[in-house]
Design a protein around this ligand. Sequence first.
Ligand SMILES: Cc1cc2nc3c(=O)[nH]c(=O)nc-3n(C[C@H](O)[C@H](O)[C@H](O)COP(=O)(O)OP(=O)(O)OC[C@H]3O[C@@H](n4cnc5c(N)ncnc54)[C@H](O)[C@@H]3O)c2cc1C
Length: 416
Amino acid sequence: MHFGFDEKTQDLIGRLETFMDEVVHPAEPLAHEQMQAAIREDRWDPPAVLEELKAEARSRGLWNFFLPSAPEEGGLTNLQYAPLAEITGRSIQLAPSALNCAAPDTGNMEVLHMFGTPEQKQRWLRPLLDGQIRSAFAMTEPDVASSDATNIELSIVRDGDEYVINGRKWWITGAMNPNCRVFIVMGKTVPHSQGSREVPPPSAERHRQQSMILVERDTPGFEVVRGMHVLGYQDRDHGGHAELRFTDVRVPATNLIGAEGEGFAIAQARLGPGRIHHCMRSIGLAERALELMCKRVLSRTAFGKPIAQQGVVQDWIAEARVRLEQLRLLTLKTAWLMDTVGNRGAHTEIQAIKIATPQTVEWILDKAIQAHGAGGLSQDYPLAEMFAGIRTLRFADGPDEVHKASLARAELKKYR
Ligand SMILES: Cc1cc2nc3c(=O)[nH]c(=O)nc-3n(C[C@H](O)[C@H](O)[C@H](O)COP(=O)(O)OP(=O)(O)OC[C@H]3O[C@@H](n4cnc5c(N)ncnc54)[C@H](O)[C@@H]3O)c2cc1C
């Protein structure tokens, strides 16, 4: 077993660290100021400085790392991408977007790359890969338990050369950003009489009723109703999370991704890599929290000695390091499996890391906040907002409980 990164990755790590030190970290105060101004003016566009960061990242060849199947666009293997995504997690509000490696666009680009028609690729994938527009993925609905995607009720009905879409969605990340130009919308193409809650379909067909379709922001009948708050934060840096309404929205039939009934399978393909990207970035975020904790406890004195000399604080620091190393190893193993045996072969590990990361990073953030005293809860330090962001990952891409149930099923199957 070899634990080193290949030469290409080492080179990119060095270049990315330089970019972070020279460009991203110095831009953080200005970005913060610009986001505060946007909040005052109720604007949802990203901080203006982001465009400068994007241009600089691209000119340095730090662009579109996330797409393993498109090396010609800059895509790397999952194992090569993992340490780079971790580095971007140290500046979670800026760096992933600066490198055009931010969710939910990465998953959407992957879907279009894998399943899009040449026309769909030309019209939406190309500008996404070039960082000119943003996109969203709309599956979750307020009226049904959406952790079970077969519950989805938004209807997509064929009418001649068009589909007509009706329904509601919420928690749609990125949708408040006016530059989010296109939505991948998941709904049911099976008529309700064949597959509704009143007349349950045969179970074999439950996963064949969903389809995915592209909807442009300006389409008549499409409405962004409101932005959702996350523990009081608005997540404006990545375009918020919106409630959407679709009222007789008509799109050309050519906007369908894949064939009718393939939506569930496409959603599964989309979520595999996305789940591990969150984990990679979260490790970087936790590293930054640990760094902040160490610096803070070295700089403050209580009861006659630096806080860093308290045994309990040393225990937190040591535990944080141990837990981070464990997380990183499982993330890298998962990435390696995805590269070698495919996403399906890495299914258990993807679930394991998706479960382990938010819990562990939450624990580290909690200790970092505690070590900061009350200031740690405030807007003067990034920790509270980081905590809110990480807490969401126990829901985003499916709640922990669903992943645990599925993982346990696979484990039990070995002994049946
Ligand atoms: C910050 C954020 C961003 C998001 N971004 C998007 C997005 O861009 N697009 C999108 O479509 N959605 C998005 N979501 C929604 C997210 O995917 C859903 O919240 C998630 O899938 C759960 O669906 P639900 O909220 O309807 O919970 P429900 O399905 O109502 O589940 C509620 C709870 O029931 C329990 N539960 C459910 N099933 C089981 C089970 N099998 N075993 C045990 N317990 C169970 C769990 O505790 C679960 O939390 C986002 C959510 C957040 C918080």
